[in-house]
Design a binder for this molecule. Structure first.
Ligand code: EPZ
Length: 426
């Protein structure tokens, strides 16, 4: 297994290219199953999760060809699902990547049947999929759960329905949108997720011929079509990568331009960072990040569905607050177990106490480097950020978690002066 060796104390200076969003690319790839004419996706990030989704789509019978373009511009994927020979997404693939459940809606819509392993829990929570199933049942699908698998049937096809989500779910909204695009009649989704990745998926589906209104709001209306056609769609820049590297620049007292970033997609996080003493300025190419004050200031934050502060930036923000002046109360409202970065940060000297869904961070002068263990994707990157600012050397082990969601993180940070190398764990 690989690990990262980081020597802290070097301000990040220069520019970091922002890749296409993992959490947009994954549903977009699943949307490739909806059309026999194929789908071309540009600006797809180089990530382990993209490779997993590629393997799953091939398992279902799709052809996928990747063309790497100019380095750092991501790759172009040509997905061709002319025939779907297999309607089963097996446990050994789904358990490694929960987003595999996003093939459920497209398979039922296109083939009238799907057999998808229940994803099971993961490090950050038990991650149920009941809302995904409810959405399909509202469109007339019959669902059976047996031996750990979801078996969904719609032999006569799906029909438009009214889906009122009791809680906001990104994945369930995406599955519903994709299924409704091929259902007969109109579907209304209430309490829909509003993330930029939802809007990106809608724009791609519209490009394929779907009729969708209201994406990006909490009410989405979709008129189903009998078939969808080919389109070429470029993946939206990754707002979580943007927020992550903005915090890296702030933690090290650096000055970095995030090229390709859309500051409009991180408004809540940007507002909190500005309160904490970070300057974010929109530039022609993206966003420039510097620190306004010589010490960051402790600020409270609560994670919420978009457009609130994103749960996927919570671990990184906790790391940012460890050396701030004063205290910061960080409350996680989306997932039930998303503080696994805390014990590792405490090994670096951080003063953090977790009470239920809140972590109270009291700023110290400076973290001390130490060997630490990555546990999940965002916890991993928060340890990298901590290592960049800490005194001395930090070793982040098990960075396969990191590679799921960050495209060449050591290259991007190293190009801005970070002392960070990847090595094989002996
Ligand atoms: C997506 O996960 C993202 N993943 C997550 O990013 C992100 O943290 C999450 O949205 C919230 O923004 C992808 O897009 C691939 P949800 P998803 O359904 O769709 C509960 C990362 O680090 N829920 O919005 O699985 C659920 O337990 C990952 O990149 C149900 O109860 O999240 C959670 O408490 C982590 N029943 C809440 O809703 C359901 O059927 C929000 O989950 C579905 C979800």
């Amino acid at each position: 297994m690989d690990r990262l060796r980081i020597r802290g104390g070097y301000p990040l200076m220069g520019e970091i290219p922002i890749s296409g969003a993992k959490n947009a690319a994954l549903p977009l790839m699943a949307a490739g199953l909806l059309s026999a004419d194929g789908l071309t996706l540009e600006n797809v990030p180089h990530l382990a999760d993209i490779a997993s989704m590629t393997a799953l789509l091939r398992e279902l019978g799709a052809e996928i060809n990747a063309e790497s373009v100019i380095d750092g511009q991501g790759e172009t994927l040509k997905i061709q699902a002319r025939r779907i020979e297999n309607i089963e997404a097996p446990y050994d693939i789904v358990r490694k990547m929960r987003a595999s459940v996003l093939v459920l809606g497209p398979l039922v819509a296109r083939k009238g049947e799907a057999k998808v392993s229940l994803p099971g829990g993961c490090a950050i929570g038990n991650r149920p999929v009941d809302l995904h199933l409810m959405a399909l049942e509202c469109m007339g699908a019959h669902i059976e759960l047996e031996s750990g698998y979801i078996h969904a049937f719609a032999p006569k096809g799906l029909k438009g329905g009214r889906i009122a989500f009791p809680t906001v779910s990104v994945g369930a909204t995406e599955n519903a949108m994709m299924a409704a695009s091929l259902a007969v009649g109109e579907t209304t989704i209430l309490n829909a997720a509003r993330e930029p990745e939802i809007l990106d998926l809608a724009q791609c589906l519209i490009g394929m011929g779907a009729v969708i209104e209201g994406a990006g709001t909490d009410k989405i209306r979709i008129s189903g079509k009998s078939q969808l056609s080919h389109t070429t769609h470029s993946v939206v820049p990754d707002r979580i990568e943007t927020g992550t590297f903005a915090m890296a620049a702030a933690m090290t007292g650096g000055d970095v331009e995030l090229v390709g970033a859309k500051i409009g997609h991180i408004q809540s996080a940007a507002a909190i960072l500005r309160e904490a003493g970070v300057t974010l300025t929109e530039t022609e190419r993206g966003c420039r990040v510097t620190r306004t004050t010589d010490k960051l200031i402790g600020v409270d934050v609560m994670t919420e569905p978009y457009p609130g502060f994103p749960t996927d930036l919570q671990a990184q923000f906790v790391a940012l607050m460890t050396a701030a002046t004063g205290a910061s109360m960080v409350t996680e409202t989306i997932f039930e177990n998303r503080f696994m970065h805390v014990p590792e940060l405490k090994r670096m000297g951080a003063n953090i106490n977790v009470h239920g869904s809140s972590a109270l961070v009291r700023g110290i002068d400076r973290l001390k480097g130490a060997p630490v263990m990555a546990t999940d994707l965002r916890a991993s990157v928060s340890l990298v950020l901590a290592g960049l600012a800490a005194e001395g050397e930090t070793i982040v082990n098990r960075i396969y978690h990191l590679d799921r969601g960050y495209d060449r993180v050591e290259k991007k940070l190293g190009a801005c002066g970070a002392k960070i190398i990847r090595e094989r764990e002996t």
